[in-house]
Write a protein that binds this ligand. Structure first.
Ligand code: PEP
Ligand code: MG
Length: 902
């Protein structure tokens, strides 16, 4: 048997051994330093200790075998390269030790600079710096301070205090006034502080300094602030950080030295040009600390033209190489430029689109790549009005950002008042504890909605998102008192007529008016900005990328719309049909009385007469919608909510009856209503008499709706348009339910449609887990399925969709049980599995079964990718999310199936 030689794991990479693709192993900083080194750019020599070494250390509390030897070897080669040795008393090499994880976590982990200085090499450093004693002692005191604080947990204030003392004794407030002797004295004081807190002298052995600093960087991965940051940014906890050990270069050696940061384009707007700041005679941390003011990078041209020109050349080269906006950090040491860092730079949503557009023009990327580089969340951000100058205002409360955007307006507490003031041309914010279907008119009239209860799928949230209206829900610091027309928050009282501003993205609530700007991107989707003829780089880029997404995507995008106005807007936004028209809204407002009559009907005749009165009203609603959606499919869902939701609340009725009785008034009607409400009361209405169950229990109800749909379709077709109705039955759990409804519907349709040529499809929602699991049977009776992922999530998890988000999801998020609410983004493993099973089994039973989704997830970027993968035919979402879904459906193709258009 051949002798097995133990192969030592490689934990250290020299910069010339890595490249930008190795971010997982070398961290972002290390991978990019390697990339720049390989490009031949002036990077100080160094090496990277891998994230694997960090993970091994964190798992065992010990450096893994082999690491120490590899560090030694790379250190030696670094020393050779620089012609200096770490700790050499005559001509010392100093190194920086910096963290660098796969995903940037700015300022969250540790850095130690000037490693290698001790009581002897400080003298050598001074000689290196041309006899600059001040510089050498300043570097040494910075090492003790940084090392003490980050490696040995010495309280930072003690060092600050000693520095202040030295300045006070000198009679100055400026660090720069301290001379070499002052700083030498400060080093003595710092060493005492170090010894007092650690029980040992400041380590003089450079290699010990290095090893302890590396260890501290490893450990900083689990520092509290880093853990918190990762949770917030959804960065996995098990990646670990790499550690970069780099030869120090100094920007604080005199006026011909300095340090700066720069972007290759404006990360705010995407505009081309050089953006950056420079600080002469300074190190990076001085820039961060804001001790002195930086100057615009352009001024470097006057100070040091050679370095400036070289820097510009490097920036152009980096852009071309990364084919993207890069940000960089650099230092100039006595006229010699050094690149300390680069990475693909963060940018605003607008800049992301603008830059992608520019890079296509410059031939650096193709359209698929451009599509890959933007995302639906950015597009959504661009579609909402936003506050100018928000930072000038202090929020008084914070709720859930339930529907993005920014709105300012006069506070009102009732729907009626909202309508009234809006009629006078005022901008209003409707404030409620929570909203219900009766608030609809007020919500339409309002600029924004603020509630003190409810989560992201509360009534207020869902309806507001549907309308593209700003909404903050669940701002529980607010005490709403509707009868008194006021709310209180943090000891302040806001009454009707006062102005508030709400930010539906951040959930922040402000008192007073914060100025709002409309979205140009919406103006473009609305058709009022022509991308070919306006000088607006953002709108042109959005147009170009959206057009490409449309050519690439396989998923169709429909909209959830209950009114002709919403349907029309969604169509302008690119909707290819209606995937969900909820008919319950058509039972409110002036029809409430008829609905009450229907509910209270004592005889068949009574019931039939109220249904007959509702029929033409429903038919007119559908006529308007079919006209708007001429040529496109319209899925109309039969009534879903429990009927008692259409009656006034029990408490209110009971009070009315009692008061009226007291006055001796005729209360027969109220009493009947009260009795009905009591009779129909359900402990769990979401699991009660709703959806298809209503159709099976209340004779004639579904029949009326089916007739209204068919008659409307026939009328619109006779007018010359193309109506394509699809009737959808909600809450089906068993095929027999659907078969029963279907048999009755088919009869009515056949009778109404006659030879008009109208074709009406009949399908079902899949929103009860049992339906998903028996989809093969249900498909026998359905021409289409539409996944109601709101209810499927509610029933799949057993989470009440109206309560849980505000009640305890924060704890679930904190514990990492899920990273995002499953009501917001589909839970792939559980609820998603139900969707997958139903899609597969449904299609197996009926190959031409049409599959769509109409729950809130239809407009969520992550979920759209999932629905693409599962092979659905379409997603349906609120009008404002239609462009987002179009974009993400295109991105899903480019990302899942790979690009083939290059
Ligand atoms: C759903 O449950 O996902 C759905 C679309 O229906 P609703 O939200 O009206 O219950
Ligand atoms: Mg539902």
């Amino acid at each position: 048997m051949a002798a097995q030689e133990a192969v030592e794991h490689k934990y250290v990479y020299g910069f010339s051994e890595g490249n930008k693709e190795l971010k997982g192993l070398l961290g972002g900083k290390g991978a990019n330093l390697a990339e720049m080194t390989n490009l031949g750019l002036p990077v100080p020599p160094g090496f990277t200790i891998t994230t694997e070494a960090c993970k091994a250390y964190l798992a065992t509390g010990q450096e893994p075998d082999g690491l120490a030897g590899q560090i030694e070897a790379y250190l030696e080669s670094l020393e050779r390269g620089m012609g200096r040795r770490l700790g050499d008393p005559g001509d010392p090499l100093l190194v920086s030790v910096r963290s660098g994880a796969k995903f940037s976590m700015p300022g969250m982990m540790e850095t130690v600079l000037n490693v290698g200085l001790n009581d002897r090499s400080v003298v050598g450093l001074s000689a290196q710096a041309g006899g600059n004693d001040r510089f050498a002692w300043d570097s040494y005191r910075r090492l003790i301070q940084m090392f003490g604080k980050t490696v040995c947990e010495v309280p930072g204030e003690e060092f600050e205090h000693a520095l202040d003392e030295t300045k006070r004794a000198k009679g100055t407030q400026n660090d720069l006034d301290l001379d070499a002797d002052d700083l030498r004295g400060l080093v003595g004081a710092y060493k005492k502080i170090f010894a007092k807190h650690t029980g040992r002298e400041f380590p003089q052995a450079p290699r010990e300094q290095l090893d302890l600093a590396i260890r501290a960087v490893f450990e900083s991965w689990n520092a509290e602030r880093a853990v918190l940051y990762r949770r917030q940014e959804r960065i996995p906890a098990d990646l670990g950080t790499a550690v970069n050990v780099v030869a120090m270069v100094f920007g604080n050696l005199g006026p011909d030295s300095g340090t700066g940061v720069a972007f290759t384009r404006d990360p705010g707007s995407g505009a081309q040009g050089i953006y950056g700041d420079y600080l002469a005679n300074a190190q990076g941390e001085d820039v961060v600390a804001g001790i002195r003011n930086t100057v615009p990078l352009q001024e470097l041209e006057q100070l040091d033209k050679k370095s400036y020109d070289e820097l510009l050349g490097i920036m152009a080269r980096l852009e071309e190489h990364y084919r993207d906006l890069c940000d960089i950090e650099f230092t100039i040491e006595r006229g010699k430029l050094w690149m300390l860092q680069t990475r693909v730079g963060k940018r605003t949503a607008a800049a992301a689109f603008v830059i992608a557009g520019q890079l296509i023009d410059e031939g650096l990327i193709d359209l698929d790549e451009a599509l890959h580089r933007v995302n639906g969340a950015q597009l959504a951000q661009l579609m909402f009005p936003r506050f100018q100058l928000e930072h000038d205002f202090e929020p008084v409360a914070r709720g859930i950002g339930a529907s993005p955007g920014a709105a300012s307006g006069t506070v009102v507490f009732t729907s009626a008042r909202a309508v009234e003031l809006a009629g006078e041309g005022k901008s209003v914010i409707l404030v409620r504890r929570e909203t219900n279907p009766d608030d609809l008119n007020g919500m339409i009239a309002a600029q924004g909605i603020l509630t003190s209860r409810g989560g992201k799928t509360s009534h207020a949230a869902v309806v507001a998102r549907g309308m593209g209206k700003t909404c903050v829900s669940g701002a529980d610091a607010i005490e709403v008192n509707v009868p008194a027309k006021r709310f209180t928050v943090g000891g302040r009282t806001v009454t009707e007529g006062d102005v508030v501003s709400i930010d539906g993205t951040t959930g922040k609530v402000y008192l007073g008016e914060v100025p709002v700007m409309p979205s140009e991107v919406v103006q473009y989707f609305e058709g009022s900005l022509d991308p070919e003829h306006i000088d607006n780089a953002l709108v042109r880029a959005v147009h170009r990328i959206m057009t490409h997404a449309d050519t690439r995507r396989r998923l169709a995008v429909r909209t959830n719309a209950d009114t002709a106005a919403d349907a029309a807007r969604a169509r302008r936004f690119g909707a290819q049909g209606i995937g969900l028209c909820r008919t319950e809204h058509m039972f409110l407002g002036d029809r409430r009385e008829l609905v009450e009559r229907l509910i209270l009907a004592r005889s068949d005749t009574d019931r039939q007469s109220s249904l007959a009165a509702l029929l033409p009203l429903q038919r007119d609603d559908f006529v308007k919608i079919f006209r708007e959606m001429d040529g496109l499919p319209v899925t109309v869902r039969l009534i879903d909510p429990p009927l008692h939701e259409f009656l006034p609340p029990l408490e209110q009725l009971a009070v009315n009856v009692a008061v009226a009785q007291e006055r001796g008034e005729d209360v027969a009607k109220e009493e009947a209503l009260l009795a009905a409400v009591r009779r129909m009361h359900e402990e769990n209405p979401m699991l009660g008499l709703r959806g298809v169950r209503l159709g099976l229990v209340i004779p004639g109800l579904f029949a009326m709706q089916v007739r209204a749909i068919a008659e409307a379709a026939v009328r619109v077709t006779r007018e010359g348009a193309d109506a394509r109705p699809e009737i959808m039955v909600p809450l089906v759990g068993a095929v027999q339910e659907l078969e029963t409804v279907r048999a009755e519907a088919e009869k009515i349709i056949a009778e109404v449609v006659g030879d008009s040529g109208v074709e009406v499809l009949i399908g079902t929602m899949i929103e009860v887990p049992r339906a998903a699991l028996t989809a093969g049977q249900i498909a026998e009776a359905a021409q289409f399925f539409s996944f109601g992922t709101n209810d499927l999530t509610q029933m799949g998890w057993g989470f009440s969709r109206d309560d849980v988000e505000g009640a305890f999801f924060w704890r679930y998020l904190e514990l990492g049980i899920f990273g995002i609410s499953p009501f917001e983004s589909i839970d792939r493993d559980g609820v998603g599995r139900l969707v997958r099973i139903a899609a597969e089994e449904g299609r197996a039973a009926r190959p031409d079964l049409k599959l769509g989704v109409c729950g809130e997830h239809g407009g969520d970027p992550e979920s759209v990718h999932f629905f693409h993968e599962v092979g659905l035919d379409y997603v349906s979402c609120s009008p404002f999310r239609v462009p987002v879904a179009r974009l993400e459906a295109g991105r899903a193709v480019v990302e899942t199936d790979g690009s083939d258009s290059r």
